[in-house]
Write a protein that binds this ligand. Structure first.
Ligand SMILES: [Zn+2]
Length: 409
């Protein structure tokens, strides 16, 4: 991902709307951005709107198989989870091929970096490496967020049959396995505590210290369902967020995924530590999850990002408007987030959560950018509001990752 070249965008988002923008890229990084200049002859013309590449902060590639499978039938989150476990056994070659299709779909929707929250460890690192190889093959940036997963629930109950393949046995063995995974061009290794359900407090501290010592992003599923909060109250006498505080896990490098069922004290803690929060609206809707207090979190200082999670839908613009629109129905209020903030969640703030110096069209940033154009030319002046509410991933016509064109249609 160290391409070089010149691109000329008809309109581009530089934190403000700009026209006739020349983007100079050298070695995969933006070297210069110049507004209001005619296109040089050797520049690639980008018609329509050019914006920073989208960050998909939370994905489970294998769950893409559930699309069209679980939308019928019934049940709740936990019944969905049982069905999802039925799709978790893979051999590396099949997983590589499957992940390539998923990552290609992401690129075509303008996603230039994906965070794979990975816990399929039956074959050690083989499936993680299959994800990395698939990402490199397709040309998408990947942060492999390797999740520690050790137990079946907060009361210490053993892993269920399907969950056995997720576990390394203990946190030290998790760390030794993750040690074998290396950062590379377009590849970052991150860490995850799967959830307060799946990892005991002592092991949480091990994972936290491991990630901290290496400057890795650390992610966790947090408070997606009331049952997790209730069990935590029963066993630990506090909420999941309070438990993380007690164990010293809350930190600005931590991304809490979902963060839906939060008390007032949880909100203040997450805000106080500047924890990042990733919302996954299309999956949360599908699973019957409630709507989290995203506006309050953001006002308290938590940066928001977005993920396609189960990949039943792959469209970060849909996630961005879902973050806002779901809260409208839950609160009876409008415009809880300004469109510019939603665009930042989809780009810069998401890239931060994944550990990438990307997500803005500025010199020094990785050269990831996306061009969108509505069919039949029904587009006008670029604005974050029109982009978030009027476009979808299907309107993407051109994608550049690290100075290499990976989608051109
Ligand atoms: Zn997840």
């Amino acid at each position: 991902m160290n391409g070089s070249g010149l691109w000329h965008a008809e309109q581009a988002w530089l934190g403000h709307r700009a026209e006739n923008v020349l983007i100079e890229v050298e070695g995969g990084v933006i070297k210069a951005i110049t507004e209001g200049v005619p296109a040089p002859r050797d520049a690639i013309a980008l018609k329509g709107w050019t914006v920073p590449g989208f960050a998909n902060v939370h994905s489970h590639a294998f769950q893409r198989l559930l699309r069209g499978e679980v939308e019928s039938g019934g049940g709740d989150f936990w019944e969905w989870r049982d069905r999802m476990y039925g799709f978790a056994a893979w051999d590396p070659a099949d997983y590589f091929n499957h992940a390539r299709l998923v990552f290609r779909e992401m690129l075509e929707a303008g996603i230039t970096a994906v965070g794979e929250f990975h816990y399929l460890h039956r074959l050690g690192n083989e499936l993680g490496l299959a994800l990395i190889d698939a990402a490199r093959q397709e040309g998408i940036r990947i942060t492999l967020i390797d999740a520690c997963y050790l137990r079946g629930g907060l009361d210490g109950r053993p892993l269920g049959e399907a969950q056995l393949s997720f576990s390394d046995g203990d946190a030290n063995r998790w760390a030794r396995r993750v040690d074998e995974l290396k950062d590379a061009d377009g590849v970052r290794i991150g860490a995850a505590i799967h959830s307060v359900r799946a990892v005991d407090p002592e092991s949480m501290r091990t994972v936290f210290a491991y990630a901290k010592a290496r400057g890795m992003p650390l992610h966790i599923h947090l408070a997606e369902q009331p049952a997790e909060v209730e069990e935590c109250m029963e066993v630990e006498g506090c909420t999941p967020t309070e438990l993380l505080d007690r164990e010293g896990i809350l930190d600005p490098d931590l991304t809490a995924v979902h963060a839906i069922h939060l008390s007032e004290n949880d909100l203040s803690l997450l805000g106080f530590y500047g924890v990042q929060v990733c919302s996954c609206p299309t999956t949360e809707r599908d699973l019957g999850d409630r709507v989290g207090p995203m506006r309050a979190l953001s006002e308290l200082g938590c940066q928001l990002s977005l993920g396609s999670d189960s990949n039943a839908v792959i469209d970060i613009l849909e996630e961005a408007r879902g973050l806002e629109l779901d809260q409208r129905r839950a609160t009876g209020r409008r415009v809880l987030h300004q469109p510019e903030q939603l665009l930042r969640a989809a780009t810069r703030d998401g890239m931060i959560a994944l550990g990438w110096q990307a997500g803005a069209l500025e010199p020094g940033m990785l050269a990831d950018f996306v061009t969108l154009e509505q069919p039949r030319g029904r587009w006008r002046e670029l604005s974050p509001a029109y982009l978030i509410y009027g476009f979808s991933g299907r309107d993407v016509t051109n994608v550049v990752v690290g100075g290499n064109t990976v989608v051109d249609r």
